[in-house]
Design a protein around this ligand. Structure first.
Ligand code: ZN
Length: 265
């Protein structure tokens, strides 16, 4: 059973890689032409971000997919047959996507609040500019921890494995979008921001001022910050300093080691 689940994950996982790969290439190209903020001439930053991205990609089939297979094979209940057909199935998929995103929102809040989790998440926030490469700039231990923590809603909600993969694809595509430096017409961005997290909303989360860093935690659906009162009042200003107060970005090797050494900041 675990092997069959793992095979399913790998095949649907490759669909996820194709989709997110195409979105990444498209946004990476567009943000170089229609950009919101002037990009820094900093190839070292791109090396760091691509380096962290490469580690995550290598680990995914070896650690992340087997972890999800483990959760999918240890559900605490199974849904009745009627929940898997017709309108009920569509409704359940929608509810599953919303609840999985609620989990992601709270997990992100805890990454900011719990000192040991912040040590990992800080690697993402030390980026001093935002573009599509920032969406994959995570410490690999954060990616593993998030996959372990996501086993909880998977085992409790018992969604289909397809829905989990669909949510993960949606999460990566939205993360690519809200980290991107693509300039959108104001009216389009404002309309989109009522439902999903847009670059303007997430830019404020990366503002190097603690009150803003500890706000705008939503990942896919933007209403969580309004619902749980964590929406910053600040509007995106392209002159805002991106990164963290009183600490500078590090080398790729320095970022990999950072969670395990040094003091809390
Ligand atoms: Zn964050």
């Amino acid at each position: 059973m675990i092997t069959a689940t793992y095979d399913f994950l790998l095949s649907s996982g490759s669909a996820k890689i194709y989709i997110t790969g195409l979105v990444f290439i498209a946004l990476f190209a567009v943000e170089r032409v229609v950009r919101a903020a002037k990009a820094p001439d900093d190839n070292a930053r791109l090396v760091r971000n691509f380096g962290l991205m490469a580690i995550i990609f290598l680990m995914s089939p070896l650690i992340i997919a087997p972890l999800t297979a483990l959760g999918a094979n240890n559900l605490i209940w199974t849904r009745p047959e009627w929940a898997n057909v017709g309108i009920a199935a569509a409704l359940f998929i929608l509810i599953d996507l919303v609840l999985l995103d609620c989990w992601t929102y709270w997990m992100h809040r805890f990454y900011h609040r719990v000192p040991l989790m912040w040590r990992l998440h800080k690697v993402h926030h030390l980026d001093e500019f935002l573009d599509t490469t920032s969406a994959f700039r995570f410490h690999f231990c954060e990616v593993v921890l998030s996959a372990i923590l996501r086993l909880i809603p998977i085992m409790i909600l018992a969604p289909s494995l397809g829905t989990v993969i669909l949510y993960e694809t949606l999460l990566v595509v939205t993360a690519l979008f809200h980290h991107s430096n693509v300039k959108l017409p104001n009216r389009v961005e404002r309309a989109l921001s009522r439902i999903i997290v847009t670059p303007s909303i997430h830019w404020v989360h990366h503002h190097a001022v603690k009150a803003d860093t500890n706000s705008n935690f939503a990942a896919v659906f933007s209403f969580w910050d309004r619902l749980f009162r964590s929406k910053s009042r600040a509007e995106r200003d392209l002159a805002m300093k991106i990164g963290l107060e009183s600490i500078e970005d590090k080398s790729l090797f320095g970022l990999i080691l950072m969670p395990f050494i040094g003091k809390e900041q």
